[in-house]
Ligand binder design. Structure first.
Ligand code: ZN
Length: 145
């Protein structure tokens, strides 16, 4: 668990206002992931080995597989447990929860803070190496098409 500043944004497309937790400027290697239903979780890649694991998967298979994905584009869906409603988390740009536009006015810092839980990988951790590779291949084939 860790506390984050809540930033207020306004969508320039549909006019909705919303709050998003934000990392400080000194947070290299840290991410806040958002699920498709709007839940947030925290990831510190120095403490969580799965991020390096995905980088390694990409590296080890780059000669065999034509597609070379960016780690951030597949990480959430590949290794993270879904949110409380069953939706997947992903590392992405801040977007409007109503219309998903990324055309936003710049966020203003609010007084409020929010406490976020760490991302979990219970499902991923139970898999063997072969199954992990299979899921990885499935994931990047989805991106390609
Ligand atoms: Zn919007």
């Amino acid at each position: 668990m860790k506390y984050f500043n809540l930033i207020k944004y306004k969508c320039l497309n549909c006019d909705a206002s919303f709050f998003v937790p934000e990392l400080s400027d000194f947070s290299y290697g840290e991410f806040i992931l958002e699920s498709d239903s709007g839940e947030f979780k925290y990831l510190n890649t120095f403490e969580d080995p799965t991020y390096q694991e995905v980088i390694k998967l990409i590296e080890e298979n780059k000669d065999k597989i034509r597609v070379q994905p960016d780690v951030q584009s597949i990480y959430g869906q590949l290794v993270c447990d879904p949110d409380s409603k069953g939706f997947q988390f992903s590392i992405r740009k801040t977007s409007c929860p109503k219309c998903r536009s990324i055309n936003l006015n710049s966020g203003s810092v609010t007084e409020q803070k929010i406490c976020l839980a760490l991302l979990t990988h219970d499902k991923w951790d139970l898999l063997d190496k072969k199954t992990k590779l299979l899921l990885y291949i499935q994931q990047i084939t989805k991106i390609e098409h």
